[in-house]
Design a protein around this ligand. Structure first.
Ligand code: CTP
Length: 433
């Protein structure tokens, strides 16, 4: 008996899917179809899948061509499946030509021509598209144009800058459709605006965008005072739009899982959170406030909002230049420290210490895909790893699209109160520093 296997996401099931399954079936006597799981798709950066796994399986089942349906859950599973199910032929579409040749040691690999003019991507594109614009004062895009391509339903269309040349250069560099230096006109053609300009102008751009009913993503901090931020959140809710800050950490699977695990007692009662960060390493160098906000955010997500005291120990060099800071945030039974090298280099790392062990996120913890737990009494480290691509912006954008779809105005990854608390801590640091 000749056994054939083929894989796919099979989102928004279409003729191309049917054809490949049918042709795969014709190559043998028994066909297994592997359907990708949701977490596998998210991990490999495919964020735009619309149908649930159950629905995608059901669609494959209804073809009545598959003798067996399995779930593809991780990278490298194909080799294991081929051995496990004693497969003779692996079938894949021609878009993957050459990519699976390494499996020829295990079975025949057949690439079948794709059906022309149809794909899940194309079908998704026929839905509603949200136009996006960016407000900037330099020509760096923080990679967000590239990142947005992984999220379906958004298109970065235009750029605004007070400086015409910057707007023009940005537009050319990232191949956008248009550039503007009249803010109202710029806003009128878009649904979502990403505000990444200097702090000084940020607040007025946010306010006008909310007033015009636009969804807003802002670099952090979105406002300089907690009262102002609350006011923005209230205003956004009244206008039924969303204001979210660019704190990508809270949208990453590894970080969400880490928070979940430490709250579920992985290392016992939490005693300390230590975050170290060099300002230069954070996204190619960002202002102090923005860098430190990411660390405060991590602390609040892990230890909560109820801190008792915030202190700062800024170090200046002989010329009076601010070079280093050690911030402490005291809780009833725990202490957080944020070590920040403003000009000097500190070793980027986050360590969470509990009564029963510790968790470490090495290196750039704000972009984490990996962490390890050292639990007392256990001989080996417990390692947690997640595929993670890009700089995290795509996960934030994906969440925003879900909020828009569900008509939610408050982000559940970082609640209003947590954002406001974060700003209170930042305000204290700036006042004491
Ligand atoms: N396929 C095909 N012809 C098409 C579309 C897909 O033969 N027009 C094949 C793919 O080559 C793959 C299988 O169907 O072997 C499952 O593809 P999948 O990635 O789920 O579908 P796409 O439509 O390519 O999805 P997307 O646009 O999201 O990449």
């Amino acid at each position: 008996m000749k056994k054939v296997i083929t894989y796919g996401t099979f989102d928004l099931f279409h003729k191309g899917h049917y054809n490949i399954i049918k042709r795969a079936r014709a190559l043998g006597d028994y066909l297994i179809v592997g359907v990708t799981s949701e977490s596998y798709d998210i991990e490999r950066g495919k964020l735009n899948v619309r149908d649930s796994l159950i629905k995608r399986i059901e669609n494959v089942r209804r073809t009545e061509l598959a003798d067996e349906i399995i779930i593809e859950e991780y990278q490298g599973q194909k080799v294991n499946d081929i051995i496990k199910y004693d497969i003779d032929i692996l079938v894949v579409g021609s878009d993957w030509r050459g990519k699976f040749d390494y499996l020829k040691n295990y079975c025949d690999v057949v690439y079948l021509e794709r059906t022309k003019n149809i794909s899940s991507t194309k079908l998704r594109g026929e839905g509603v598209i949200f136009n996006m614009g960016v407000v900037t004062d330099d020509i760096r895009d923080n990679d967000f144009v590239q990142e947005s391509k992984y999220v379906s339903g958004v298109h970065v269309e235009r750029v605004f800058s007070e400086d015409e040349k910057t707007a023009q250069d940005f537009c050319d560099k990232y191949e956008l459709d248009s550039w503007w230096n009249d803010y109202n006109e710029f806003l009128s053609g878009i649904d979502i605006v990403y505000i990444k300009c200097r702090q000084l102008e940020r607040e007025q751009y946010i306010e006008r965008a909310i007033d015009m009913g636009k969804y807003v993503i802002s670099d952090v901090p979105a406002a300089l005072s907690p009262e102002k931020l609350r006011y923005f959140f209230r205003k956004a809710a009244e206008h039924k739009v969303v204001l979210i800050e660019r704190l990508t950490l809270v949208y990453l699977r590894a970080f969400t899982q880490l928070v979940w695990l430490v709250h579920s007692n992985l290392v016992g009662d939490l005693v300390s959170v230590k975050c170290a960060i060099s300002q230069d390493d954070f996204e190619g160098g960002k202002p102090f406030n923005e860098t430190v906000c990411n660390a405060i955010c991590a602390v609040i997500k892990i230890l909560g909002k109820n801190c008792l005291e915030v202190n700062t120990n800024a170090v200046t060099d002989r010329q009076g230049k601010f070079v280093y800071d050690m911030i402490t945030i005291k809780y009833e039974n725990a202490l957080a420290t944020i070590e920040i090298g403003t000009t000097v280099d500190v070793e980027d790392e986050m360590v969470i210490i509990g009564s029963n062990g510790r968790v470490t996120i090495p290196n750039d913890w704000w972009n984490t895909g990996y962490f390890e737990a050292n639990i007392s009494g256990r001989e080996f480290l417990k390692r947690y790893s997640f595929n993670f691509d890009g700089n995290g912006f795509r996960y934030l954008l994906q969440e925003l699209m879900i909020m828009i779809r569900d008509k939610r105005t408050e982000c559940t990854r970082l609640f209003y109160d947590e954002s406001v608390k974060l700003l209170e801590v930042l305000e204290t640091i700036n006042q004491k520093g």
